[in-house]
Design a protein around this ligand. Structure first.
Ligand code: HAM
Length: 434
């Protein structure tokens, strides 16, 4: 195949594409993507969560043990391969297991509890790509480890809620349930299995009912949903302590004015969950409506070889939040690439402008300038495209006078300033914007 390169010349190489189901984010949308990630991370830091940077790939056993062999994520969706040393490694499909592994390995749980950590970055699931469902997905997550306090559940849920509102999202709802704990789960599991045994299930579903009956409740086929209408629900069979825990969580949410609906049929895709579980759902997204989810995972640390400590956290989907904002026609970023844009006419002026731009950048002002030999009109277009607040224009006349023209691009006015005062003047103007 022959393609043409940017200069129009024919090239005999085939143009390459990103792998299927993997999104690229490039300007201007990448600014939105970045703003969402930043807003979520800032909200987490604000609530006392510290950053943790984790490997993109881990030993495969971590996910098999941590997330659960019977989940779709582990059994069907993992990017697993043997490295050159013949070790089985897996691109992380989610963040919680890796955080737990690091907490145990580096004994982070031997100090003040809870350990509060936040992370962000790409995760990998070999799912069938469709709108809002990618094979490389991005999350911002938090995990709070070591204290089994319903107030901490409420904090994590309220924090997720704040993350979404901080980027201007409004059309989402919160669903909540409790999955019980190790004291009430086995009896409920048996009760559900007994119920499922009375139904005319197909072979695969019968098998699923044996290994993970809770997952059967998630079967979306209408005939199954009909049969499952009378299925016993965990929420109706909680022990007193699980019930009290759940009621205290909802009490805190009520106090904070956070609205929720109880969804006793919620099935999370990962096996480690206990007690409080939640999902944030946005109706503007079609089938892939989950913009974030999480819950408590009280047995996970022990299962991964650590102390028997509890934990709770969430993962918020950055890709889906971006789509949700688009559906609501809300922008998360200012749309401003830089605050100031320099325009120099002539070689001498350019030399001075390069220095001025460098000084402004050193003072923390986001600044760019026009390059090449564009005329004034073309260069001013560059300033507009950058979304700049101000343009600084320098030509022969200004050089001779020792001045610079400061154009306020929104007010559409301009004034001539002495060269010495321009940095202070720009700093003042930009500070007013923040
Ligand atoms: P999760 O529900 O599997 O939870 O994923 C969290 C969020 O990631 C989802 O709500 C969704 O927004 C996004 N997401 C998941 N899969 C895809 C995909 N294929 N394409 C686009 N976005 C996707 C977890 O991963 C848990 N580790 C969360 C957690 C932390 N629970 C406790 N602590």
């Amino acid at each position: 195949m022959t393609t043409k390169d940017s200069s129009g010349k024919a090239s005999s190489f085939t143009a390459l594409k990103a792998p299927k189901g993997v999104p690229d984010y490039y300007p201007p949308v990448s600014a939105e993507f970045h703003a969402i990630k930043q807003a979520f991370t800032t909200a987490a830091h604000n609530a006392g969560y510290e950053h943790i940077e984790l490997p993109i790939f881990e030993e495969t056993a971590l996910f098999a043990r941590g997330v659960g062999e019977s989940t779709d994520v582990v059994s069907k969706e993992m990017y697993t391969f043997a490295d050159r040393g013949d070790r089985s490694v897996t691109l992380r499909p989610e963040g919680t297991a890796g955080v737990m592994r690091a907490v145990i390995e580096h004994k982070l749980d031997r100090g003040q509890l809870p350990v509060k950590l936040t992370y962000n970055g790409p995760f990998f699931r070999y799912e069938r790509p469709q709108a809002g469902r990618y094979r490389q997905l991005q999350q911002v997550g938090v995990e709070a480890i070591g204290v089994d306090d319903p107030a901490l559940d409420a904090e994590v849920i309220a924090l997720a809620h704040r993350c979404f509102t901080s980027v201007g999202l409004t059309g989402f709802r919160l669903e909540l349930t409790s999955l019980g704990d190790s004291s009430d789960r086995p009896a409920y599991r048996q009760r559900l299995q007994d119920f499922l045994a009375t139904l005319p299930l197909d072979e695969a579903t019968r098998h699923r009912a044996q290994i993970n009956p809770l997952r059967v409740l998630d079967d979306k086929r209408p005939e199954m949903q009909e049969m499952l209408a009378e299925a016993p629900l965990m929420l109706d069979h909680l022990s007193d302590s699980s019930r009290e825990h759940f009621e205290t969580v909802t009490g805190h949410l009520d106090d904070m004015g956070i609205e929720y609906t109880i969804n006793p049929r919620m099935v999370r895709g990962l096996d480690y969950y206990t007690k409080t579980c939640f999902e944030f759902v946005h109706d503007g997204l079609g089938a892939q409506s989950g913009i974030g989810g999480g819950g408590r995972y009280d047995g996970l640390m022990a299962q991964l070889g650590g102390q028997d400590l509890s934990g709770i956290g969430f993962g918020l989907g950055v890709d889906r939040t971006l789509l949700a904002l688009k559906a609501e026609e809300v922008q998360a970023s200012t749309g401003r690439r830089v605050d100031v844009f320099g325009v120099a006419m002539g070689a001498e002026a350019k030399r001075t402008m390069v220095g001025l731009v460098d000084t402004l950048r050193a003072a923390g002002v986001a600044t760019d300038m026009s390059y090449g030999d564009r005329g004034l009109k073309g260069a001013m277009k560059g300033a507009d495209r950058a979304g700049a607040l101000y343009a600084l224009v320098l030509g022969d006349q200004e050089l001779a006078e020792g001045t610079v023209v400061l154009k306020d691009l929104r007010a559409h006015d301009q004034r001539s300033l002495p060269m010495e005062s321009v940095v202070d003047e720009v700093l003042r103007g930009v500070a007013q914007e923040q």
